[in-house]
Structure formats: structure tokens, C-alpha cells
Design a protein around this ligand. Sequence first.
Ligand SMILES: *Cc1c(COP(=O)(O)O)cnc(C)c1O
Length: 375
Amino acid sequence: MPDRFIPVCEPLLDGNELDYVTDAVRTGWISSAGKYVAGFEEAFGKYLGAEHAVSCSSGTAALHLACKAVGIGPGVEVIVPDFTMIASAFAVQYCGATPVFVDCDRRTWNIDVNLLEDAITPRTRAIMPVHIYGHPCDMDPIMDLARQHDLVVIEDAAEAIGSEYRGRLCGSIGHIGCFSFYANKTITCGEGGMVVTNLPEVADKARYYRNMCFPLTDAREYRHEETGFNYRMPNTVAAIGLAQTERVGHYVECRRRNARRYNDRLRDVKGLATPVEEPWAVNSYWMYGILVEDEFGPDRDAVVRGLRDNGVDTRKFFQPMHVQECMAAYVKEGPGSYPITNEIAARGLYLPSGSALAEEQIEHVCSCLRELQAA
Ligand SMILES: *Cc1c(COP(=O)(O)O)cnc(C)c1O
């Protein structure tokens, strides 16, 4: 194992993070009642151009709050991509509702909008598009279908901070957008999430469920009409989130610069499919994913091993939802119904993609890939 190990992703905390956290600790405001929580919500909402931003403890919590806020519950179906991170499906499952999995498309790896209409039933209440690895979903047809069938659109924008669809930021296009600030996300506060929306009643509901269903009007009254959750974000964490939001443009540019550097070096490597950026999209390249085609030579698992032996950390793509044991109850179709997800899950991996990645590191990763092919 070489001594210089290139990680898949490391947080870059090079703004006011330490000052704000120090202030929170010095002043004793470490719970969720401090000024940085409101400050982070305001700054993030403003960045997105959304009226309301509700912070919470994780991206998974944000998705759960969004589902609860629009009344997702037993007997209801929510359309979710088969190719996604498990949290999208968990949020639906937590509500006692049924996730309905739809295959993805081979170019963007996002939910295939051409398959959506067939997945809609009288029980469908919402669609949850996920902007995979930073490439936006094709939102116009999704919003059109939602209007026709009276559905709610909950964007899982955890991987799409700074991504744009036809000039609009991802997470601000559907009825609700959900974000994660986990350590590897484009901006981070270690653990955290945000629900953004222009609908005041949705924001109020999200706040209500976030705070254990204490009455919004007076939290000191111990009266609870519904089952709530403690999904509050601490002030110390929000302090980091605010500092990161101040520099969000910089972090998005770091991810895009990584992608340009990879694209330049990998363009002519036979048998590697690199990420696309559709003409209508700004890809924020949260993770730089590649597919290892047969023409490359070594298969995906051999590439992962070969890179690791050369000090390069990678991750294989998500496994499809329809193969997850915890989702088995919802899978009515055979595995043949998800051909594209099956294929990209078997061929995909992502390369080091953090905001702090240096050009020499990218050069090293790419020369390792070329050597693996030649070997
Ligand atoms: C990271 C991620 C989440 C979950 O966020 P956490 O903060 O880890 O709970 C949800 N959906 C997608 C697509 C993600 O990538």
C-alpha cells in the first residue's frame, strides 16, 4: 500500500467554520436554539431562491420530513428510482408507504422519465426524482406528469448542491427539495439536512415533525397530537453549515474543475464512459462516476482493486433498490425490469471527487487507469 492514499472525498473547511463554531461554544449556544440555525436556514434558502428552509439532522431526515409534510402514509405509493442511495426509499418506508421503483436511463443514470407514466397508479401520491451524482433529472416532463396526475414532486437533491436544470437550481424546481450535508456532500456540516419549499404549510409541517410535534405556537405546552421526531440540528453544526453556504459557489466550482481535469485525461481512454452533461444541465459533479465497458479490458472490480493497490480509493456505484433485502416486499417485477440499473450498478465506480483534490492527484488516478488498461 503506497503511503500517499487519495481519498474518495474529504471535507474542505476553509472559510469561517472555526470562527462560527468557536462563537457558538464560547457563548454557550450549542443546542438547536442558537442563531446559527436560523442563519444557516436563511442563507441556504436565499441561495436556492426558496421561501422556506427547514434544517434537520440529516438528508434522510429531510426526506422523511418532506414525505410526512405532504401526508405520505400507509396505502400510498411513491415513485423512486431503482438506482439511488437507500435513503430515498427508506424515507417512504418510514411513512408506511410503498416505494415503486423505476429504472434509470443510460446517459444520465437518473430515473427514466419515459417509464414514469406506466408506474403511476390511482394510489400514487408523489414522485421522488434523485439527481444522481450531481446530474439533474429532466424535470419538465416530471413536473408535467405531476400536474396531470395531481402528484407531489419531492426532489432528492442531496447530491445536487449547485446543479442546475434549465437555469434553475436543483432542489428549487419540485414542490419540495431535500438536501444532505453529510461529510462527503458538496457543502457539509458533518451530518445535517435541509428541506426547502415555497409552500408555507409544508414548511410548518416539516418544523412540526422535526420538533417532536410540539405545537408550533407554544413548544412549552406538552401536548402532542401526532407522533413526531427529534430531527433538530444543533447550533454548532449549523455554524459550520452557514460558513460552508457562504462559499458554496467555490465548492461547486472545485467539483466542476475536478470533472474538467478528469474529462481531459480520460476522453480518449477506450472503454471508459465518463459522466455526461446534457445541454440543458449544469452538472455539479458531486462524484465523478465512470462506467467500465467490456472494451476497457479489466472489469470494474479489477479496476477498483488495481486503483486501491496504487493508493487510490474509489467506491462502486449504488446497488439497485430491487435487490435490497429490506425492499423485497415492494418488488413485484423481476430483475429483468431494471436492465439499465443492473448494468450500471455492475459497471460503475466513482473516482476521488473531493473539493480539495489536487491536479497531481487526478493525474495519478488517470495514469493508473491507463496502466491498468495496458497491463
Ligand atoms: C447522501 C444522500 C442521502 C442521505 O443523506 P444523509 O445526510 O446521509 O442522511 C439521501 N439521498 C441521496 C441521493 C444521497 O446521496
